[in-house]
Each structure stands twice: as structure tokens, then as C-alpha cells.
Design a binder for this molecule. Structure first.
Ligand code: NAD
Length: 256
């Protein structure tokens, strides 16, 4: 059976859970080798075990330049080279502009914006040397439209949107494609944590999800596979003239 990523070597940050995990499993099913990077090595190992010999679990906190560079070096050492990198790791961030503390801002921007930059920064010299490669940056619907109560998160994701265009312009001439993915709500630990922090009382997850689904034109929340499918397309050779794009996968929500 041929896969859409046969022979490709990939690296995914935040691959121990949620969207990163689903994408790691999908990439592997499509024939890729996957460096499963997470700050939580136990979850990275668990996902790598699900994948089998095509996976390499690696510990790295994307806010650390040294750790991000080490992980990239280890993946290149093990696989020989990298073709595609998905800078997916992220955390929730709640509060309005006036409520957000400097500490919250620093933490959320550090992971969600600086972490994406450091991941790109670590791999770009390698991709430039090869004259080809793909970077996929995880943004959010919240990087495109305002969503009340998650100010530091949307600010960081808006930065990822701008940074993606910037990287695409800077590195297109070297053969590197850079795109961003902007998902709507998919119920993962990150969303559960964000809801808990905003203190939505007296509702089960199912009730909260059913309510949230009504805010999307397609009247459902996303599935992790919806995002993995878009990442797969962007990582594959089918997208070989696709760069600088900001792609929603949000049931139509950002169009409202
Ligand atoms: P998740 O919490 O299920 O997974 C996030 C993973 O990232 C975890 O395994 C965590 O350990 C890891 N991580 C967190 N900080 C890290 C760091 N500093 N270094 C390395 N790894 C780190 O969340 P998810 O919903 O799968 O989110 C993945 C990405 O998708 C995030 O960037 C998030 O902002 C984005 N996103 C999610 C949604 C959604 O609705 N779930 C919507 C839009 C965008």
C-alpha cells in the first residue's frame, strides 16, 4: 500500500496529546517516520509505542532554544534528514486584556508564539541546506477572530499567523514551504483546561460541547482527525505550490 508521506521524515511538537498525537498517528499511517516531541516524555513514549519502529520519542520544551535544537538534531541524526516539521505544541490562556497578568502573558506567549518560532529556527538551516522542506505552524481560529476571555492565547496565535507569512516570504526562495493551521474548537485536554480556568459552572463536558457546537456553521465541534487531515495535505507533495497560507479548519466559524 502506498502512503501519502512514504519516505518522509517528520517532527511534531506537542505530539503526546490531542491534535499533535492524532497527526503523528496519521503521518505514520501514511508512511512517514515521526519524531514525537513533547515536554512530557512519558506521553511522547506512549504515542511512539502506538506507532512502532517508525517513531522516535523525544523530550523537549519548545520554550527552550537548547532543547528544541537538541530534539531537531536527534531527529536528523536518527532519520538522516527532516522533510516536514509541525510546530504544534501549545497551551491555553484565559482572561481579558485588562485581567491578564504579565506572568500569564509571558507563559502563554512563550509557548504558543516563541515556541513556534524556536521550532522553525531550529530546523530552518537544515531545510535551507537541503533546498526543500515544509513547516506547518499551529495557530488557531482565535488568531483570526476575537474570542472573548482568551486574550493572551489569541494574541499569541495572531502572532503565529503573521510569523508564518514572514517565514514563507523569507524562506520560499530556499525551497521551504511554510503554512499555518487555524482550527476551531476540538475537545482536547487544552479545551477542558481552558473551560475550567474560565469557570463555566454546572455543565457536563457533553453539554458544554453541544452548546459550543451551535456557534459553528457546521453545527459540530471538530475531531482531531479533521486537523490531522489538513496537516497531512500540507506536509505532502500534493501541496508543493502551497506556501504562506493560513488555513482554517473550523466548521466555517471564522467566516461568520
Ligand atoms: P493538548 O493539551 O491535548 O496537547 C498539547 C501538547 O503540547 C501536550 O502533549 C503538552 O504536553 C504539549 N506541550 C505543552 N507545552 C509544551 C512545551 N512548552 N513544549 C513541548 N510540548 C508542550 O492540546 P491540543 O488541543 O492538542 O493543542 C495542540 C495545539 O493546537 C495547540 O497549539 C493549541 O493551541 C492548538 N489549537 C487547539 C485547538 C483545540 O480546540 N483543541 C484549537 C485551535 C488550536
Amino acid at each position: 500500500m502506498t502512503g501519502r508521506l512514504d519516505g518522509k521524515n517528520t517532527l511534531i511538537t506537542g505530539a503526546g496529546s490531542g491534535l499533535g498525537r492524532a497527526t503523528a498517528l496519521r503521518f505514520a499511517r501514511e508512511g512517514a517516520r515521526v519524531a514525537v516531541v513533547d515536554r512530557d516524555i512519558e506521553t511522547a513514549k506512549a504515542v511512539a509505542a502506538e506507532i512502532g519502529p517508525a517513531a522516535l520519542p523525544l523530550a523537549a520544551d519548545v520554550t527552550s532554544r537548547a532543547q528544541t535544537e537538541d530534539a531537531t538534531r536527534s531527529a536528523i541524526g536518527a532519520f538522516g534528514h527532516l522533510d516536514a516539521v509541525f510546530a504544534n505544541a501549545g497551551i491555553s490562556g484565559t482572561g481579558t486584556a485588562a485581567e491578564t497578568s504579565e506572568e500569564q502573558w509571558d507563559r502563554v506567549v512563550d509557548v504558543n508564539l516563541k515556541g513556534v518560532w524556536l521550532t522553525g529556527r531550529a530546523v530552518l538551516p537544515h531545510l535551507v541546506e537541503r533546498g526543500e522542506g515544509v513547516i506547518i505552524n499551529m495557530a488557531s481560529m482565535g488568531g483570526l477572530v476575537g474570542i472573548a476571555g482568551i486574550f493572551p492565547y489569541t494574541a499569541a496565535k495572531g502572532g503565529v499567523v503573521a510569523m508564518t507569512k514572514q517565514m514563507a516570504v523569507e524562506y520560499g526562495p530556499s525551497g521551504v514551504r511554510v503554512n499555518a493551521i487555524c482550527p476551531g474548537t476540538i475537545f482536547t485536554p487544552l479545551v477542558a483546561e481552558s473551560r475550567a480556568a474560565r469557570g463555566v459552572p454546572g455543565r457536563t463536558d457533553e453539554e458544554a460541547n453541544a452548546d459550543a457546537a451551535q456557534r459553528f456553521p457546521l453545527r459540530r465541534l471538530g475531531e482531531v482527525g479533521d486537523v490531522a487531515a489538513l496537516a497531512l495535505f500540507l506536509a505532502s507533495d500534493e501541496a508543493n505550490w502551497v506556501s504562506g497560507g493560513i488555513y482554517t479548519v473550523d466548521g466555517g466559524r471564522a467566516a461568520m
